[in-house]
Each structure stands twice: as C-alpha cells, then as structure tokens.
Write a protein that binds this ligand. Structure first.
Ligand SMILES: [Zn+2]
Length: 507
C-alpha cells in the first residue's frame, strides 16, 4: 500500500453558523418577547449551538460540514426556538433587534468568514420588519462582505419571496410535511456551500410566487396532490445535477406581505435551467390548485365527536381526533364535547393552562390527589371557556413536545377511563410513543383527542396505528381556521390568492 498523496494545500474555510427561527401566528394575542427566547440553553454559541438540534437542520449541516477537511465551524451567539413553541404571536421588534444585533456583533468580532450558514424557518413575523429572514441575510451580508457564501435552511411553511436570495446564495427548503428531511436539507446546505466556497458551485436562482394560499392542515405530503408536487421537485433534482428545488407551501396565519406558495430553483450557473424548472413546478401547482385545496375533510367539533362515537361503536379504533385549529393550546372545545357526550377511554392531550400547571406544581401536587379545577380556555375567543374537570391526579412531569418545545404537565384521570393532560404550552402529540414518557399506555384508550395538523401523521397515520382519523375545528372561524377569509388581515389582500379571489397566473 502506498501512502496517501499529500493533501493539496487548501486554506482552511471558516463558516459561521447561526440560528433564528419562529413560526409566528400573528393572530394570537400574546406577543413573542425577548424573554421567551431566553431560557436554560438559549441563547447559546460554539459547540452548544452546533449540537443543539442533532436530528434537525443544524445536526445535518454540522455532520456534513465536518466530513470535509479544512473546515472550521464557528457557532455564533444565537437564540433557540422560543419556549412558547409555536403558540405565541408577533415577535417584538425589541426581541428581533436584540438577537440580530448580538449575532452581527459576534460575526464582526470573530470574522472574517468564508461562509455563513443560517438555520431559519421562514415564517417568523416581526412587528415592523416585513421580511425578517431577508432582512437578517442582508445585514449579515453587510458584515461578512460580498465574497462570503450565505446559505440557509427553511421550513416548508416559510413565507418567502425573492428577497432572501438577493442577499444570500442558497436556500434549502424541507420537501415533506411532516418535516422528515430537515437534517438532509442541512447536509445539502453544507455540501453546496463548501463547493461554492471552493469555486465549484456558482448559484443562480429563480423565485416565483404562485398565488395560492392554503391552510397547513391540508398540506400533508403523504397523499396526492401535495405528494405529487414534492415528487416533481425530487424528480427535477434527480434529473439535473446541482439543482435545488424548493417549494414553500406557506403559512397563512402570519399576516405578512409574502404569504402564499413560493417556488424557488437554484442551479449551478444555468439561469435558463433555473427559470425552466421553476416555471414547470409553478405551472403544475397552479394546474392542481383546486385539488390542493380539497384534501383533508375538516369537521366541526360536534360532527367529529359524533363520527368518533360511530367509529368506536363499530370497533374502528383507535380513533384520532385532532383539533388542528388550536394555536394557543388552551382550546377547550373538544374537552367540553368529551364531557358533554360522556365519552369513555378517551385521552385528551393536551389543554394548555400555564397558570394552573404552575400553581399545582408549586403546591407540590401528588399522584392520587383529588382534582377539581377549571381548565384552559380564555386566552382569546378561539380558546373557548374554561371547563370544570373533576377527577384524580395521575402524574406530573415535564415532556418534550413533538415540535421541539418542552412543557410541564399534570395528568388527570376522569370519567370512565379518560385522561386529560394539562400542559404549560401548546403540546403537539405526534406519536403515541410520546405517552409512554408520561406514564400512559396508549393501549388503554380508544380515542386520542390531540392538537395537531399534520405532524401527528408521523406516528399515528404513517405507522398504521390509527383506524380512523378525524380533523376538527370549532364552528366559528377562529384564528386557526381553514376559512382564512374569517381572519382580519391587515397586510394581505386575500382576494389576490386562490381560492379567495380569481387571480391569474402565467409564466
Ligand atoms: Zn412547518
């Protein structure tokens, strides 16, 4: 065996890594404030940031970047996802400026950098900053200079237009919902950025807004027609080397100017190819617009409960009944219906009531204690009224939510084999295995009443666990509704988008 040839003399490349992400429901009453981003572990920097999300964008980016010799990653002082999860409203300008300026200072102090990787989301909405991710990229560009390679990863619910890539070089958006491929997009970002820094990738992009606005509950990529759209993007990436195809489905509960669907294609120096692929995908989406809006059936709460009763009577169990519309986590509509209809073997997880959980934990409540309290509701009209629950405390603890947040919780046994989980924040249960961590056995229940839109399909649907799946929302078009014309937008003209107006679209 001969020795390896000497490594060519390549100057080490320095990549700054930062994180700033939120999915903002601007219709929620409670702002996302500076303090919501500050908790044990956040903000963080250096290795703590690089190791913050091993299964997500950050993990994929860091793993792949470290496959290369001569790469130095510098974790810039960054806030992690706010502790309110996705259950809080407008990010205050104070919070945005505080963290953005801290990141820019850290970038300036520790530069120069050959590249900056930004783990973003795309649906952060900031008071007074119409396009917070594009604004961040533009400011980062001013600090690191024109030659650095800027790349970012995005959520499919990002609200983006062409402005981000006017300041940055690369964007990589997750293809699937549930978001299975976050780490893969992080890996792709690392590979493309390293190649661009070495002069082997010259990104050129086309971004097209497609005037379709859709509620996220309809955007499941596990079935047609959203699956077809994802497949078409994957086929283009398979056909053409060095092609990045992004479809941002969009997030309509942010009242920002760039809502709606966005198609974005980047190629290695072939502007005509970027334009051709983007046009092909945008035309497909536009052709499919009617089908894209007619996927999952959404029932009223009472319809959903009635169907669940029929399913249980016929032995079609377990049944999942998901209130997709609850954005604060405090909505009590389903809990109220479970009590009114005297359902059995039902697990309600969860109803958020921060004040009650905090008080019970402070008082040192123990399993076996009797429980008689008003629960949830009230944070705004979409949450409904508090509901009185009488039963026995089953357990308390702290649990990871399916979208990365962490809540304290109290679980309560009530009625005939029912359990209610009360949490500090909105808790998305995405897998029945999550109940095990709370000391519950999924086999003890026939009906799972959860708060989730599509994430839950990961553990309840893609696995074949649920025999019946019912999506519900309250009869009024409250803030998480699929009836977007029931919302009071200030920065969006809904009639500019299908299906609320009759826009034309040609490329
Ligand atoms: Zn998302």
């Amino acid at each position: 065996m001969s020795a390896h040839p000497p490594t060519p003399d390549i100057a080490p490349l320095r990549i700054a890594v930062l994180h700033f992400a939120h999915e903002t429901v601007t219709f929620l009453a409670q702002d996302t404030e500076l303090n919501d981003f500050i908790y044990e572990g956040s903000p963080c920097r250096d290795e703590a940031l690089l190791q913050a999300d091993p299964r997500g964008y950050m993990g994929g980016f860091v793993r792949c970047a470290r496959e290369y010799a001569g790469i130095e990653l510098v974790g810039i002082d960054s806030p992690l996802f706010p502790k309110t999860g996705i259950g809080s409203g407008w990010v205050t300008q104070e919070a945005y400026e505080h963290f953005t300026q801290a990141m820019l200072r850290d970038l300036a102090d520790r530069g120069p950098f050959d590249g900056v990787y930004m783990a973003l989301h795309g649906a952060m909405a900031v008071r007074g900053v119409p396009r917070p991710e594009a604004e961040l990229a533009a400011r980062v560009r001013r600090v690191v200079g024109p030659n650095a390679i800027l790349g970012a990863t995005f959520d499919p619910h990002g609200n983006e237009d062409e402005q981000f890539l006017e300041a940055a070089d690369f964007a990589f958006c997750v293809k699937f919902y549930p978001h299975y491929d976050m780490h893969l997009q992080g890996e792709r970002a690392a590979r493309a950025m390293v190649r661009a820094m070495r002069g082997d990738f010259s990104p050129t992009s086309t971004t097209l807004k497609v005037p379709i606005v859709s509620p996220t509950v309809l955007q499941w990529t596990g079935a047609s027609p959203w699956m077809d759209l994802a497949q078409q993007a994957l086929v283009w990436e398979a056909r053409e080397p060095d092609t990045v195809v992004n479809i941002y489905f969009g997030f309509p509960w942010s009242d920002v100017p760039d809502i709606g669907m966005t198609v974005q294609v980047t190629t290695n120096g072939d502007a005509a190819l970027s334009a051709r692929i983007a046009a092909d995908l945008a035309r497909s989406a536009w052709r499919m617009r009617k089908a894209l809006l007619h996927t999952t059936k959404i029932h009223t709460i009472d319809e959903g409960i009635e169907k669940a009763r029929q399913d249980m009577a016929a032995g079609r169990t377990p049944v999942v009944l998901a209130d997709h519309s609850d954005r604060s986590g405090s909505a009590t509509w389903v809990l109220d219906a479970v009590l009114r209809h005297d359902l059995h073997r039902t697990l309600v997880a969860s109803v958020a009531d921060k004040a009650l959980v905090s008080r019970l934990m402070r008082e040192g409540i123990r399993p076996g204690a009797s429980f008689d309290h008003l629960v949830g509701g009230l944070v705004d009209e979409s949450a409904g009224q508090p509901v009185r629950v009488t039963g026995t405390v089953l357990g308390t603890g702290s649990a990871q939510d399916g979208t990365g947040g962490r809540s304290d919780y109290v679980s309560v046994r009530f009625g005939a084999g029912n359990v209610l989980v009360i949490s500090t924040y909105l808790m998305q249960i995405i897998d029945p295995a999550m109940f095990t961590g709370m000391g519950l056995d999924a086999a003890d229940f026939d009906l799972f009443a959860i708060k989730s839109r599509v994430h839950f399909r990961r553990g309840f649907d893609d696995t074949g666990f649920a025999a019946s799946i019912l999506l519900v929302e309250p009869p009024e078009p409250y803030l998480g509704t699929v009836r977007l014309d029931g919302l009071r937008y200030a920065n969006v003209r809904l009639e500019d988008y299908y299906p609320y107006g009759d826009p034309t679209f040609e490329v």
